[in-house]
Write a protein that binds this ligand. Structure first.
Ligand code: SF4
Length: 455
């Protein structure tokens, strides 16, 4: 098999990993035009300074001794198998870099022979890149669960970012769908990377030129919708991972049903993309807006309201905490107002030092008044014509975008003539049109420990 055939197989096999962001565009080159956006294994990620960088996203090998039921590379699947040698992968990466196709590498792999054997191959490839080719660009590498600590450390000194995918949000899901993966084998390297980063940070304060260990931090991925785990479980787990393992990101991947198995959703069901989108919004609230997982969803309402973004949903449920006076409210309170983001909250704090703000002033600062007007007062007054009751607020907050993203069956429930009913139906109670489980089954599992984290 020549190297381009290997590349085609191993980039295609890597596409289900979302632990870096990808455009998903699939537009090939056209005569008379420059460039193509065909899905050939180039994905995009963001550097610490906000730059968008393109990465070659590829597997070392799609050979795997494990049989994770949801995975296209599992051992029991009949599919062409191949593997790069470390030199092939390093050569390919550097030649793509020199042609300006990519700025970095995102490397993962199936488990060839054993986790240690696979990791040694990946390390060799990265070592060739770093030492022989003196490649100084970005490298994101997946750690294989169960790898020896010494190898994880070696890899951490070569890569910028490492990630270990938890994949399934519950131990029971892991047991059913990926029985060869043990929680301990996933969490041990995660803890090792966390402590390695902490030690390295303190070393660097003393020895400025000490080698850096995973300088861009670590991340993980959770598959959404392959198991009946609720949003409450997923967000509580994410919160625990941020706290305990200091992850930079938890990525959510809507389960794409490519495998027929009685334990998995049917191959004819659509990936829960809207749910994935809401989870990313909730994750954003936890990381930048001071929300806890328990404020967004709880054991009583274990799933998010898909019809509306989680911040607006929280605000509607807590109308008693509004309106807030824009000229006096603390930064944390401002962040809770739909239509006010981190940037506009900072601008409000700064601007009101110079004088009292009114609604026109808020608009100029970038506040989305269409949303914020239901939740704020300026100089003690509400915006002209605004009535604050749950129905009106909900009508005002649902964007066209929100409605367009809803699955057709759920969209039918969104008749504006029936708004109170919609709140009741969609206020966190699972709706069969969204493919959620009945609430009681989710509640049964609430309050347990998963992955050593109380959920
Ligand atoms: S270990 Fe990874 S590559 Fe192998 S079957 Fe499981 S998910 Fe797929």
């Amino acid at each position: 098999m020549d190297i381009l055939e290997k590349l085609a197989i191993l980039t295609d096999a890597a596409k289900y990993d979302v632990a870096c962001t990808s455009s998903g565009v699939d537009r090939s080159g056209q005569p008379g035009k420059i460039g193509s956006a065909v899905a050939a294994g180039i994905c995009h990620s963001f550097a610490a300074d906000g730059r968008c960088i393109s990465l070659l996203k590829v597997l070392m090998s799609n050979q795997c001794i494990y049989d994770c039921k949801y995975c296209v590379n599992r051992v029991s699947r009949d599919t062409p198998r191949t593997a790069f040698t470390p030199h092939e992968l390093a050569d390919l990466t550097i030649s793509f870099y020199r042609r300006n196709y990519i700025e970095g590498l995102f490397l993962s792999s199936g488990v060839m022979k054993s986790p240690d054997y696979t990791t040694e191959h990946m390390i060799q490839a990265i070592e060739i890149l770093r030492t022989e080719y003196r490649f100084n660009g970005y490298i994101h590498v997946k750690a294989i669960p169960g790898t020896d600590n010494a190898l994880v450390r070696r890899m951490g000194l070569l890569a910028d970012r490492m990630s270990i995918n938890i994949e399934l949000p519950s131990e029971s899901g892991l047991l059913q769908l990926a029985p060869q993966k043990k929680p301990e084998a996933i969490l041990r390297p995660m803890a090792l990377i966390r402590s390695g980063i902490e030690e390295n940070t303190s070393d660097l304060t003393v020895y400025r030129h000490a080698p850096k260990f995973v300088p861009a931090g670590q991340s993980t991925q959770l598959i959404i919708g392959a198991t009946p785990d609720s949003d409450h479980r997923i967000l509580s787990l994410s919160e625990g991972l941020y706290d305990k393992y200091k992850l930079k990101r938890v990525f959510f991947s809507a389960y794409n049903p490519v495998v027929e198995d009685p334990l998995l959703p049917s191959v004819f069901s659509a990936p829960p993309l809207l749910r994935e989108h809401r989870l990313y919004q909730a994750d954003w609230l936890m990381r930048f807006y001071g929300f806890s997982a328990g404020e967004i969803v709880d054991a009583k309402n274990p799933n998010m309201n898909l019809a509306i973004d989680p911040k607006a949903n929280w605000a509607i449920r807590h109308l008693d905490q509004f309106p807030v006076e824009i000229n006096r409210a603390a930064y944390e309170k401002l962040l809770r107002v739909p239509g006010i983001g981190v940037l506009s909250a900072r601008k409000i704090i700064q601007a009101r030092r110079a004088g009292s703000l009114n609604f026109e002033g808020l608009r100029k600062l970038g506040v989305v008044l269409k949303r914020a007007k239901f939740f704020v007062t300026c100089q003690g007054k509400v915006s002209e014509g605004v009535v604050i009751d749950p129905d009106t607020v909900l009508r005002g907050l649902l964007s066209k975008n929100d409605l367009q993203m809803l699955p057709a069956a759920a969209g039918e429930q969104l008749a504006f003539t029936d708004v109170p009913d919609m709140v009741r139906v969609m206020g966190g109670v699972p709706v069969s049109a969204f493919g959620y489980l009945p609430e009681e089954r989710v509640i049964q599992n609430a309050g347990k420990y998963e992955f050593g984290i109380h959920i």
